[in-house]
Design a protein around this ligand. Structure first.
Ligand SMILES: NC(=O)c1ccc[n+]([C@@H]2O[C@H](COP(=O)([O-])OP(=O)(O)OC[C@H]3O[C@@H](n4cnc5c(N)ncnc54)[C@H](O)[C@@H]3O)[C@@H](O)[C@H]2O)c1
Length: 311
């Protein structure tokens, strides 16, 4: 995907994820200027990149003169509604970091406002752009695993730099809630959500469990594991699979043969070839392309992920 026009891009919020948006966007050749707005700018070391300009107050910018048509909202979740409305009101297409809002009621307000303003809105559930997920989605559609008995997803470690007012389910588990909705093509409602304060003074671990007819879904999220894992295990009637979302690896196991009475067995497995991609880069390209071609995107998936966790 290539875009021809020279563009100016706005990033609101220069914390953990805003810095990653900037790192990727600054390498896009067709982006001429990037404006970064950070209210606590003194706290953040500014990158010295020619085309990047830092500001402190969004409301003091003349967005029309700055010719901004595209923006990423990378601020704390509860600020998304106000900032999204302000940008959409200024005719700017908006990519909002996940989760779209702190609950589905507020998320709906953002979605409706974008429709009213006739602008492109997209929610950054970035794992949908992980090539392993793209592959798994195709395998699910082909019924490759046969009847699926269980899916377990792990998103554990490390401790993020800032934890104040963070909710582990809204912040971390929601990635996997969205993935499970995406892969199964359903809205899965997690009635059993267990949150634990294991080590930190916030809920640092969560376990989400769902049994739907004979399918069992389990999501484990934490900020305390010393090792970082982002994995998915699928157990199906015909095949099972292990996916590693960080390494972008996918292994399929299709038959275990018992070799002797001691239970020594042979697992027949193969690794599926995955062409590695940077998910956030793919997501940003998708958002820019959709906006430039005036394509309106559905954000129902973002709403569903919030409903799935009872918000
Ligand atoms: N896609 C992912 O994998 C991923 C990863 C991390 C965070 N996130 C999401 O991104 C959002 C931000 O998370 P974070 O960890 O980067 O938070 P953060 O606290 O590190 O950064 C947010 C920044 O926004 C700034 N800010 C807040 N309001 C502002 C305003 N009105 N104008 C200018 N700056 C403002 C804050 O000062 C802060 O520096 C959250 O919704 C979070 O869930 C997504």
């Amino acid at each position: 995907m290539k875009f021809k026009k020279k563009l100016n891009y706005l990033i609101v919020g220069y914390g953990t994820i805003g810095k990653i948006h900037l790192k990727i966007l600054s390498k896009f050749k067709n982006i001429e200027k990037i404006f970064v707005v950070e209210k606590d700018i003194a706290k953040h070391p500014k990158k010295k990149i020619n085309k990047v300009h830092f500001f402190k107050d969004l409301k003091k910018l003349n967005l029309k003169i700055m010719k901004i048509k595209l923006a990423s909202i990378c601020t704390e979740t509860e600020t998304h509604l106000d900032i999204a409305k302000y940008l959409l009101n200024n005719s700017i297409n908006v990519l909002v970091e996940k989760p779209l809002a702190q609950n589905s009621h507020t998320a709906k307000k953002i979605i409706n406002f974008a429709v009213k303003k006739n602008k492109t809105l997209f929610t950054g559930h970035v794992e949908r752009f992980n090539p392993v997920i793209t592959k798994l989605k195709k395998l699910f559609e082909k019924n490759y695993f046969g009847k699926i008995y269980s899916i377990s997803l792990q998103r554990i470690g490390p401790e993020p730099p800032k934890l104040k007012n963070r909710d582990i389910v809204l912040d971390l588990s929601i990635h996997d809630v969205d993935l499970i909705n995406f892969l199964t093509g359903d809205t899965n409602i997690f009635k059993k959500i267990i949150k634990i304060k294991n080590k930190l003074d916030v809920y640092d671990s969560a376990h989400l469990i769902l049994k739907r007819r004979k399918l069992f879904i389990y999501i484990e999220s934490n900020w305390i594991s010393p090792t970082k894992f982002r994995t998915i295990r699928i157990i199906g009637e015909k095949k099972s699979a292990d996916a590693d979302l960080i390494e972008q690896k996918l292994n399929v196991n299709y038959k275990t043969e018992f070799k002797n009475k001691l239970g020594v067995n042979k697992i027949n497995s193969k690794s599926i070839k995955i062409e590695k991609k940077e998910p956030l880069k793919e997501q940003l390209k998708f958002f820019i392309y959709s906006s430039l071609s005036n394509k309106k995107l559905s954000n129902q998936f973002a709403l569903k992920s919030l409903k799935s966790i009872g918000l």
